[in-house]
Ligand binder design. Sequence first.
Ligand code: PGA
Length: 340
Amino acid sequence: MHITLRQLEIFEAVARHLSYSRAAEALHLTQPAVSMQLRQIEGQVGVPLLEQIGKTLYLTDAGRTVLRGARETLGAVERLAIAVADLKGLRRGRLSVAVTTTAEYFMPRLLGEFSARHPGIEFTLEVTNRAGLLARLGDNADDVYVAGQPPQGVPVACKPLAPNRLLVVARPDHPLARAGRVPLARIATEPFLAREPGSGTRAAAERFLAERGITLSYRMELGSNEAVKQGVLGGLGLAVLAETSVAIELAAGALVPLAVTGFPIARTWYLIQRADKTPSLLAQAFVEFLLAGVAVAPTDGVLAPLALGETGMRAVSGRRRATPSARSPKPRRSRRAEHL
Ligand code: PGA
């Protein structure tokens, strides 16, 4: 059957009015045009849909059946049009974001800010280590990814989002905390707590140290930033951690960054999307939102993703309270523009 949506509309109007002339008037068509379309539909269906007795038009049984189908179809098309309009206006939709564990300290807040602007949107936020994130990227499981290093082997569109610094952290009562500058070779003799294999933080630290001929001795492996941090707080050893993951403890003075030569390791968080995937309107809007730098919600200024402020994100409220050795030269305003 080849019946167009327009023909279904015409038939529905005739069936509703039980009059060719009133249907023609409602649809701004001529009566002969309406009659002709009706004949074509009946030709396609193969049986009469209307019968005229005297001056009155009646629907046949087949006409009633076709009318039901026509209304269902036209209703579905209307719902589709509304859904598409909603998507375009970002009133509805789903966004799946996956981040490595060090980004979990700021991404929920950015999602919160985006969600406040688009309340009808549903989100999922997957937090995993680098190995897990690469697996998800390979499976095309999400719309947007944030990680500390662009992946290899998968075609991706990748934009720098913010600086991401790795520090050697210790308890303030650790002897090296009072030692001033600590030569890199010195930390090789200290017990370290390591993240699990598959962690990008661990890999980045090991790569950085290996290039300088240093291998750390690990006292134990712990499966999350939190566990490593609690281990350092518990006096189990030193650790290399992302600054964002210890911001509260640094601000409170519960942990201190050691002034180890070469540290902090300057990394970058990247916004990553598969290059072979057409981004949804929502994913595009989210990426633009992040890059436009309007997203950081005001907080107490301690846990705020302060690094985001440096890429042009709206300034966070409160003050940054890192110790001098954790501070890097003030980034130039044009930094983000250079990256992009
Ligand atoms: P991870 O994250 O240590 O949780 O893997 C860091 C990164 O993105 O490299």
